[in-house]
Design a protein. Structure first.
Length: 56
């Protein structure tokens, strides 16, 4: 699933970033080397990050 259309970030990439230590969408963008743009994906990205962090 594509989470961020602006940066073509997939769910698997968000999960990988969370497993690597990203706690916020801003940290996720930084880990993936992409700038935040419109911000529409932040809520979904945060939910995925929180889910991964809870499973760790």
């Amino acid at each position: 699933m594509v989470v961020c259309v602006c940066n073509a970030i997939r769910e698997s990439q968000v999960r990988d970033a969370a497993r690597a230590g990203s706690v916020t969408p801003c940290q996720m963008y930084q880990a993936l080397g992409r700038p935040p743009k419109c911000g529409q994906c932040a809520v979904v990205a945060r939910a995925i990050i929180d889910e991964e962090r809870a499973a760790a």
